[in-house]
Design a protein around this ligand. Structure first.
Ligand code: HSE
Length: 433
């Protein structure tokens, strides 16, 4: 291998340009750490003439993937082109050619991670994807290396910057969902089509990856239940705040008795919860381990240079493994067979907001229903809506099973006095007020 490592880059967008800049600007540190010179040798692009954010000689660029994938001098491929089918095909080709791969592609890793991992191992290649979850935060390393000796029980993440920005602006500045989304788009956080962010799919992909590595099992994207933020109202944010909570889109994964619960949903967090203060476009992942207790990893979840730091750190790991001759073994195979919890094993506190007839006995009927299901009230708020002769009732429950809460919701709709279930959310933590 000598003292020069050659890298091939697939894609030269915002993240790819960041990688080129970082490798150039931090060359001295990389050489010091590795005793090797790290150079980008060729870059696959779609358009040779496009104006780019990085000063790179045109002779490095190619539109032919084989120039990168079949170049015997290239040891390592960085995939930052995005998309699924082509990226998967190129990565599999890279492994067949005994090249190591680093990717930032969460969509691909969420869908095909286990398959790609097997192909890497078969070819004694490394496959790293730190940048696929929470951009610049070294959370995959935190879980697989920093906490490798602990038994992780729970992972909760604010892993989508767009939705965190929108909810922060709605909550702190009273902006409507539409205006906050437009601001996020203008600032470049949200895509022109923001569906995968606001409907929770982007977060679900990251949670599938996090759950796989935290709990050592082959978690599929379909295992992650998803609810987005597009129907959250300012009313719910106001009531959440009155009750001592703040609304966040939370990716939640909990592993007990060898059974997994994993979902993404808007959640009311007690304001004293470590994740409650994570604002704007920032990301954070809270990890609870049996021995370590509570930990939290915080930082930028996207952006050119933050994402490039995660990618380049993966490159450093691969090169160290190459130098030591231990490539192909960085993530251990899953230890547990996948078993998902049924709703009677998923526990939580819940918030529900109802519009009810403003008449005698309504509350006692609701309370009889909750009593029958053994659901205890933690907080109750009632506001008359005088003009319409109805009342708004807000209840926060104590811990109960999801099954019981869902049964309660179904029966509430059958009660004559209940005009409408306006909203319901999961609640985490104990609010101080
Ligand atoms: N669209 C993502 C977010 C960024 O808003 O967090 C990259 O994963």
């Amino acid at each position: 291998m000598g003292n020069k490592i050659s890298i091939g880059l697939l894609g030269l967008g915002v993240v790819g340009s960041g990688v080129i800049k970082l490798i150039e600007n931090h060359q001295e540190k990389l050489v010091h750490q590795l005793g090797a010179d790290v150079q980008v040798k060729s870059v696959l692009v779609r358009n040779l003439d496009k104006q780019r954010d990085v000063d790179l000689d045109r002779t490095f660029l190619t539109t032919n993937p084989d120039d990168v994938l079949n170049d015997p001098e290239i040891d390592l491929i960085i995939e930052v082109m995005g998309g699924i089918d082509e990226a998967r095909e190129y990565i599999l080709k890279a492994f067949s050619a005994k090249k190591h791969v680093v990717t930032a592609n969460k969509d691909l890793v969420a869908l095909h991670g286990p398959e790609l991992q097997k192909a890497a191992r078969k070819n004694k290649c490394d496959f790293y994807y730190e940048a696929s979850v929470a951009g610049g935060i070294p959370i995959l390393r935190g879980i697989t290396e920093g906490l490798s000796s602990d038994r992780i029980r729970k992972v909760m993440g604010i892993v989508n910057g767009t939705t965190n920005y929108i909810l922060t602006k709605m909550d702190q500045e009273g902006l409507s969902y539409e205006v906050a989304l437009k601001q996020a788009q203008e600032l470049g956080f949200a895509e022109a089509d923001p569906t995968s962010d606001v409907e929770g799919l982007d977060a679900a992909r990251k949670m599938a990856i996090l759950a796989r590595l935290s709990f050592s099992m082959d978690v599929d994207l379909e295992d992650v239940e998803v609810k987005g933020i597009s129907d959250i109202s300012l009313d719910d944010l106001k009531y959440a705040s009155q009750l001592g909570y703040t609304m966040k889109l939370i990716g939640y994964a909990d592993f007990r008795d060898r059974q997994l619960e994993v979902n993404v949903q808007p959640t009311m967090l007690a304001k004293n919860h470590p994740l409650a203060s994570v604002s704007d476009e920032y990301n954070a992942v809270y990890v609870y381990g049996d021995a370590v207790g509570e930990t939290m990893f915080y930082g930028p979840g996207a952006g050119s240079l933050p994402t490039a730091t995660a990618i380049t750190s993966d490159v450093v790991s691969v090169i160290k493994n190459m130098l030591l001759g231990v490539t192909g073994s960085q993530y251990v195979d899953p230890h547990f067979n996948k078993e998902l919890k049924e709703s009677d094993k998923c526990f939580g506190q819940f918030y529900v907001r109802l519009h009810v007839k403003d008449e005698v006995g309504v509350f006692s009927r609701i309370s009889a229903l909750f009593n029958e299901l053994n659901i205890s009230f933690k907080r109750i708020l009632q506001n008359p809506i005088i003009k319409h002769e109805k009342a708004e009732i807000i209840v926060v429950t104590h811990q109960t099973s999801l099954e019981n809460f869902q049964t309660a919701l179904n029966h509430l709709n059958d009660l004559d006095a209940v005009m409408e279930t306006k909203s319901y959310y999961k609640v985490e933590g104990d609010a101080e007020k």
